[in-house]
Each structure stands twice: as structure tokens, then as C-alpha cells.
Design a protein around this ligand. Structure first.
Ligand code: BGC
Length: 537
């Protein structure tokens, strides 16, 4: 088809090409920005110290809670670590109401989260919860509060946070469509603990966890040993990675206390903001247009080219531009004679194609996965999800080519981050570990659902200087199981172990005081009940 549609499509696809040279140049810049972030604050790649100083051995045991706020859903779970690399998890999930994502006050969102924790405890840990209520109401035993009665909870909060301790950190900025200015600069653990305390729940926020850190921990728990994971990465609604760095490379000052015995610390790179200054990132007109539509223009520039929240919108912007070109016929035919379905293409007014953020990224997966001769699966999907009726074969071909170009660029950019962290770990070049596998734990809807995403990452990894064919063979990218659940629980466990008596004592003494107060009130009301009883007799 030597049509204007084909010519335009080819030109667009070309603009989304990200060559091997581009990959290598970007890896070098990524390494530079990683080092810069280890030296000072306020850099593009934040390189946030997490105060987590080791990865698990697989032998960890106990019952912990974990909650996860990271995108569209809030999840509450309890995790039983069995101590043999396995675990059992119970969890509930609710959608975060849209209005709370942009609430006026931080309290509105965090009160909602605490309510969900309460519901979860009532539903799944009724005994523990009721015993707690009983203890609170028991006149005689305010001292009965024992440390083990309080659930330790890992709080997976997947936004950029300046951590100052294992369970303390201030929100730097919101991402992924959240926007509650009131919360910026505040300690998110304290915000949640305050709301939990208002409901008198037996829960202590013991650890603040980024989802990538959880992913790294979860992957290390289930594949421990000398081959343990070097990186936990998310390619989902957003993107980010956490890796183990030598403390001696961490030049910027650390304010909080931490264990120095391992000589390492997990760093949350916040690579979503890699190269906000666009030194090496590609920048098509559609990337620029998309950035302007977001609440955080100029930030998360890497994420906006890689992650699920944005790829659908990027595709929508390209398709809209293409439809506007007078000589190009896309999703538009004069009459049925030019349509292989014998009916005329029509796009409903309500179609998501006309609305900002109206195209879900999952359509890129449908496009990439359709290998039917007439692209019937994709055409069906266009009809069902975007109300484009009777799309012609050529339309679907163009749509598929553009969607694949966007997806392929995203995967090659993903390889830049993974490749850079692998190189930084020095594992491939270490002669003593020449036979070791280099494990990378990944999670997120893109790696899980986008066809060939991982293959395209490997293709780019092979092209990276210092990795090559041989190095790429040693890198094992594996899906991490439930980082935000089991990973967060593991960090809560580590944090609980490291807890000085003081903070725990503080909580317990508050609970005891409260019990004393309740006891006093109960005693008074008992007396009045008796009076009442006498009267009615
Ligand atoms: C956030 C990160 C998070 C990533 C993946 C990004 O938008 O800034 O903290 O790890 O999304 O969820």
C-alpha cells in the first residue's frame, strides 16, 4: 500500500526508533546521573537512601501486615512468612476514589486508608481484633498490653519520598495522577499512623517501603543466596528501580540511624525522573504534548516514555494527529467500497480516542499480540473499547505499527535502566563470580502483559557495551512475587527487629494510658448502671 497513510505511518515509526547508539549513549548518561544522585540532593535521579541495609535470606518468619498505595488501588494484606522461602498472603483491594487522589487535605485520603485497615482486621483477623478491643475495655489489665499484640505493618507508598528513617519520610512530589499539595513535605507514615490511632487499631507503621524496594526484597526472599537479586524494578502504571549500593559510594549525608554492619544500603533510584533535562531521552512532538497535559510537566520524563499510565495517551495523541491530516485516510472511508468489511468506518462521539487519557495502555498489548492475517483481534478490540466501528485492515495495520513503535521504544528505554544498574553492580566483570547469574526482579502490568516486552529488553541489553551477548545470557529477569505484600512485610520484620525499646514502649504506654482512661470511665458508668438497675427494680 503506497498510500499517504503508509508513508505517514512509516515516518512516525521512524521518529520512535531508539537505536543501539541511543541505548549506549543513554546508559552512559544513566550511570552519570546515578553517581550524581549519590553525591547530592536535588538531582534528576534522586537516589534515595531507604535505610534498608540488607536483603533477606529466605529464613525470615512471622505474621506481618502490609498495605500498598501505589496507583489506582489500595491493598491491605497480612503475610505469614514461613521461614523456608515460602509465604501465605491474605489480601483485600479497593479502588481509591478519584476525588481522594486530588483531595484538598491529606487527612481525607489517609483516613480512608485507615478505614480499610480496620475493615480488613475485622474481616480476616477478627479474633486478634476483638481480643484487642477486649484488652482496651478490660479494667483490670491496662498493663496487659504486650508488644506482640501490636501488628507491625509495612507501608508500601510508591511515590518519591525523602526517607529519613525506616518508618519516616516526607513526600517529595506526587506522580501518576495523584495531586494533594497539602501532603507534600509531610511525613506519610505519621499521616497514616495518626489516622490508625484515631480508630484505635493495634497497628504500628513499622516501615515505609517503595514498591521497587519491596520487589527487590520479595525476589531475594524467594531466590536467596549468593545469586540474590541486584535490582527490583517496576514497569507498570509508573516505573522505578531499587538496587543494593555500597555505603561507601553514598556520599550525601544520611540523617537517620541505620545498621552499618552489612556495608550496603538499598537505594530507591526514582528513575522515573531520569534525565528530566532531556540530555539523551527522545522527545517527539507527541512526548512534548503529553508532558504538557500532566500535572507535573518537566518531571518523570523517563516514566512518561516508558510506563503504562502514559503509553496509551501517547498513542492517542499520535493517532489524533494522523486523523487530522487531510490527505491521510485513517478510520475514515468515503463509502463501503474502500472498506474490506463492506461497511463504512465510524467513530462514536463518546469514543475515548477523542478524550485526553481516554485510551488505555492495554490496547498496545492487543495490537502487539495480534498476528491474525487480517488483524481481526485488534479490529474487534478497536470496536469494543474505542467504539471505532468497522475499522479497515489498513487502519488496523497503521494503528498496530504505531503502537508497536511506542511499545518497542519503551522496552528499549527500560533496558537502559536495567543495563546501567547491572553495569553499576560490577557483577558481570567480577572474575570470582564469572558463572553467577545476575538476578533482576521485575513486576508491573507492562512486563506481565505486553507481548515480547522482555524479549525486546534482552535485545537491547545485548547491544550494550560491557554486557553484550555473553553478559545478557547471565542476566535473569524474573517476575517478583508480590513485592508490595511480602516485600513490605519483610521490611516490617527487619524494622521490628531493629526497633529500640523506646518507640515500642511509647506506643504501649499510650495504649496503657488509654486503657486506664477507659477503665476509669467504665467504672463510673458501671456505677450508674447499678443505680439504674436499682431504680428499675
Ligand atoms: C513513583 C515511584 C514508584 C513507581 C512505580 C513512580 O511514579 O515515583 O516511587 O516506585 O512509580 O510504582
Amino acid at each position: 500500500m503506497a498510500s499517504p497513510l503508509l508513508a505517514e505511518t512509516q515516518s512516525i515509526v521512524k521518529q520512535f526508533e531508539f537505536t543501539d547508539d541511543d541505548v549506549n549513549k543513554s546508559v552512559r548518561e544513566f550511570l552519570r546521573q546515578m553517581d550524581e544522585g549519590l553525591e547530592k540532593d536535588g538531582t534528576s535521579l534522586s537516589q534515595i537512601p531507604t535505610y534498608v541495609t540488607g536483603v533477606p535470606t529466605g529464613k525470615e518468619k512471622g505474621l506481618y501486615m502490609a498495605v500498598d498505595l501505589g496507583g489506582t488501588n489500595f491493598r491491605v494484606c497480612s503475610v505469614k512468612l514461613n521461614g523456608d522461602t515460602t509465604f501465605n498472603i491474605t489480601s483485600d483491594k479497593v479502588a481509591v476514589p478519584k476525588e481522594l487522589m486530588v483531595a484538598k487535605k491529606a487527612e481525607d485520603l489517609f483516613a480512608f486508608l485507615a478505614q480499610q485497615i480496620k475493615k480488613f482486621l475485622e474481616k480476616h483477623h477478627g479474633d486478634h481484633f476483638e481480643a484487642h478491643i477486649r484488652r482496651r475495655m478490660t479494667v483490670s489489665s491496662p498493663d496487659g498490653y504486650k508488644d506482640e499484640h501490636v501488628f507491625r505493618m509495612g507501608f508500601t507508598f510508591s511515590f518519591p519520598v525523602q526517607q529519613v528513617g525506616i518508618n519516616k519520610g516526607t513526600l517529595i512530589r506526587w506522580t501518576k495522577g495523584f495531586d494533594i499539595p497539602d501532603a507534600v513535605g509531610k511525613d506519610v507514615c505519621a499521616l497514616l499512623q495518626t489516622e490508625i490511632d484515631k480508630l484505635h487499631l493495634p497497628v504500628k507503621v513499622a516501615a515505609l517501603v517503595n514498591d521497587t524496594v519491596g520487589t527487590l526484597m520479595a525476589h531475594s526472599y524467594s531466590s536467596p543466596g549468593s545469586q540474590g537479586s541486584i535490582l527490583g524494578a517496576i514497569f507498570g502504571t509508573g516505573t522505578n528501580g531499587a538496587y543494593l549500593e555500597k555505603l561507601s559510594n553514598l556520599k550525601k549525608p544520611l540523617v537517620g540511624e541505620y545498621d552499618t554492619s552489612t556495608g550496603d544500603m538499598v537505594i530507591n533510584t526514582e528513575w522515573g525522573s531520569f534525565d528530566n533535562q532531556l540530555n539523551v531521552l527522545p522527545n517527539t512532538p507527541w512526548d512534548a504534548a503529553l508532558d504538557k497535559e500532566t500535572p507535573n510537566p518537566g518531571f518523570q520524563m523517563y516514566e512518561k516514555r516508558v510506563s503504562g499510565m502514559f503509553l496509551g495517551e501517547l498513542l492517542r495523541l499520535v493517532i489524533n494527529d494522523l486523523m487530522k491530516k487531510p490527505d491521510v485516510s485513517l478510520f475514515r472511508d468515503e463509502n463501503s467500497s474502500t472498506n474490506d468489511r463492506r461497511s463504512t468506518t465510524d467513530i462514536a462521539e463518546t469514543s475515548g480516542i477523542w478524550k485526553a487519557w481516554g485510551v488505555d495502555t492495554s490496547i498496545l498489548s492487543h495490537a502487539a499480540g495480534d498476528h491474525t492475517p487480517k488483524l481481526s483481534v485488534l479490529r474487534e478490540t478497536l470496536q469494543e473499547t474505542l467504539q471505532i466501528s468497522a475499522p479497515a485492515f489498513e487502519d488496523a495495520q497503521a494503528f498496530k505499527a504505531i503502537a508497536e513503535a511506542i511499545g518497542r521504544r519503551a522496552a528499549r528505554l527500560a533496558a537502559v535502566a536495567i543495563g546501567a544498574v547491572v553495569l553499576k553492580s560490577g557483577r558481570l566483570a567480577d572474575p570470582e563470580r564469572a558463572d553467577d547469574t545476575v538476578n533482576v526482579g521485575v513486576d508491573g502490568s507492562l512486563v506481565e502483559n505486553y507481548p515480547y516486552f522482555e524479549d525486546m529488553i534482552y535485545e537491547a541489553l545485548r547491544a550494550i557495551e560491557g554486557i553484550g551477548e555473553e553478559g545478557a545470557k547471565r542476566i535473569r529477569i524474573g517476575l517478583a512475587q508480590d513485592g508490595s505484600g511480602v516485600g513490605a512485610a519483610l521490611i516490617a520484620l527487619v524494622a521490628a527487629g531493629a526497633e529500640k525499646n523506646a518507640p515500642t514502649e511509647e506506643i504501649l504506654s499510650e495504649l496503657r494510658q488509654e486503657a486506664r482512661a477507659t477503665a476509669a470511665t467504665a467504672a463510673v458508668s458501671d456505677e450508674s448502671d447499678q443505680v439504674g438497675a436499682t431504680h428499675s427494680a
